[in-house]
Write a protein that binds this ligand. Sequence first.
Ligand SMILES: Cc1cc2nc3c(=O)[nH]c(=O)nc-3n(C[C@H](O)[C@H](O)[C@H](O)COP(=O)(O)OP(=O)(O)OC[C@H]3O[C@@H](n4cnc5c(N)ncnc54)[C@H](O)[C@@H]3O)c2cc1C
Length: 530
Amino acid sequence: MSFDYIIVGAGSAGCVLANRLSANPATRVCLIEAGPADRNPMIHMPFGLAALAHMRWLNWGHETDAEAQLHHRRLFWPRGRVLGGSSSINAMIYMRGHPQDYRDWARLAGPDWDWPRVRAIFKDHEDNLALRDDHHGQHGPLTVSDLAQPNPLSRAFVRAGVESRLAENPDFNGTSQEGVGLYQVTQRGGRRLSSAQAFLVPVLDRPNLTLITKAQVHRVAFEGRRATGVQLRDQTLPLAQGGEVILSGGAINSPQLLMLSGIGPGAHLQAMDIPVLHDAPEVGANLADHLDITVQAALKGREAIGIAPGFLPRALRATWAYLLRGQGEFTSNVAEAGGFARSDPSRERPNLQFHFIPAYLHDHGRRLSLGYGLTLHVCDLLPKSRGRISLATPDPMAHPRINANYLADPEDLPTLLAGLKLARRILNAPALACYVATETLPGARLVSDADLKADIRTRAETIYHPVGTCRMGLDAGSVTDPEGRVRGTEGLRVVDASLMPQIIAGNTNAPTMMIAETIARRILRQTPAT
Ligand SMILES: Cc1cc2nc3c(=O)[nH]c(=O)nc-3n(C[C@H](O)[C@H](O)[C@H](O)COP(=O)(O)OP(=O)(O)OC[C@H]3O[C@@H](n4cnc5c(N)ncnc54)[C@H](O)[C@@H]3O)c2cc1C
């Protein structure tokens, strides 16, 4: 059996593509996912996110190289390896980014990526249950809702932000991005709405759509420069004549797959004994991510979600409320509130984002902490440092190398330092301070800029938004053209977060689904209807 489209990776982008491309019954679409189906109940119960960090079989569990500016630490980079991809393990925050992000994209990759066009697609995707105005859509497959039961500490964070002279913002995707507020989430009926649940599951009964799970693609098969299919461990899936392979493996795996297939920096491929099909120096380059630092506090009371004997009755009530009504504390997406601010007033737009968690969070949830605490994250939204994905070995089952190159640009550390100070100011504002027993991190004894910079180098982590490693662009040096077509090849596209020509100032799930929709519409316009 051969296919018109073989999509590699059923993540945020892959599920949107599978839906849109298989809408034409004459088109045979195959979606291949390395991970299993999304049956684990912890995926669907939003607070299950805290347990997912321990489930290594649903996660690629990448690690960076020793990061030179972070005391040579290797950072954990979780990525979903399951139906829905990272949208099955993420924090469900619905965020589009700043209009200026897309004006920049339009300059780099053409008018399809300009704000008015992408805004229309965001609205088409959206089924916003709470916000009904011109900024939002009501009829799309992606349900966006307010949190069912925000923790009182999350509301206190918002008040503390206002006391710290930030504006209260009821809609980060509305008139203005700036300010503090509760986040809206991709949930329906109190359950996670991953890209798989929103876009794929409703159309799985289409006879022209084949889903294969637990199958990792090793490389793209070629005849000359034309893609002819994909190689799995012990078989090749062929494309029909004129068909296309679409890589949607995410910002780490898509450049890895290109390089395994002979498309990438020539000298690097030769060093790996991989025949060079197309020398493309930028494959894997341009890696950008949001580096993040936290302030943490131990609390006087028991308002937080905590691991403590006294929490057990609350946990039972929460489980019951979730199972019976899709309500209660376990509908929490953990990162309930947050907002956007400028590291200094001369900035044209916000370059810091907060994520507030009414709980302790250590080591991405992999290390449990007893007691009741809170964690306030702040990240640099517009970092200048750029890293690279490269191959560690030619073995497709091995992890690629990730050099995030955090803080390599001298402007990035001062931005994060300003963010850390602002986060501390919010923690010390009366509305939050009244809950706090002690600041545990960075800890009261760290005050000077030198100490706080050292603390950032010791503790900073990813907030999970790597992008840009198969940059699309108008220029010949870009990895793909503005429609994701890989330069130097035929019948091969990349469509996922790796296409972003520049990192956006916000969370990356909805923008990745928007990218998939935009390119699917271009493809459909070029495909004859039946
Ligand atoms: C812990 C965490 C929290 C986050 N929180 C948020 C949030 O709250 N809001 C937000 O907007 N964004 C969030 N993000 C980011 C967002 O989820 C991602 O940017 C987005 O999901 C990326 O989509 P993608 O399609 O590029 O990749 P993915 O969704 O990661 O999909 C890639 C898919 O391809 C599969 N795959 C890879 N290689 C192969 C192969 N060789 N063969 C077959 N299949 C393969 C993978 O298993 C995966 O299913 C978070 C991310 C993480 C990890």
